[in-house]
Ligand binder design. Structure first.
Ligand code: MN
Length: 133
């Protein structure tokens, strides 16, 4: 399944690693180095899924979530935070901000791609995801 995935990430090494892993499974990567550029790319390119760092220049991940989830045309695009959650309450905060879920940093070389693919499945075909549980 080839999909267009937008990665918003200001750390060049993280961006390179995530892109490499996903591209090696045939996904097409779009990249933004800050939240503002990211939102502009969402508007222009309508990716199939968005991976979003929380701490970024210009617009942070929470601002990005706020903007995307308040736009009816963009709210349906799966939005996944990629973050080093520090405290127990952080995952609740991420959900409350409108993210569909999160992937923990540092990312796992062995399971990152399948984690991303699970979000593609569960967000786009909820009835299939239910049967899988
Ligand atoms: Mn960052």
């Amino acid at each position: 399944m080839s999909t267009r995935i937008l990665i918003m990430e200001d750390n060049a090494a993280n961006l390179r690693l995530m892109s490499y892993l996903l591209e090696s499974y045939g996904h097409v990567i779009l990249a933004a180095r800050d939240g503002l550029e990211g939102v502009e790319l969402v508007l222009r390119e309508r990716p199939d899924l968005i991976l979003c760092d929380l701490q970024m220049p210009k617009l942070d991940g929470f601002d990005v979530a706020h903007r995307l989830k308040n736009d009816p045309e963009l709210a349906g695009i799966p939005l996944v935070a990629v973050t080093a959650l520090a405290m127990a309450g952080d995952s609740v905060k991420v959900r409350a901000a409108g993210f569909d879920g999160y992937i923990s940093k540092p990312i796992s070389l062995t399971s990152f791609v399948s984690q991303v693919q699970q979000f593609l499945t569960s967000c786009q075909a909820p009835e299939l995801a239910l049967h899988g549980r």
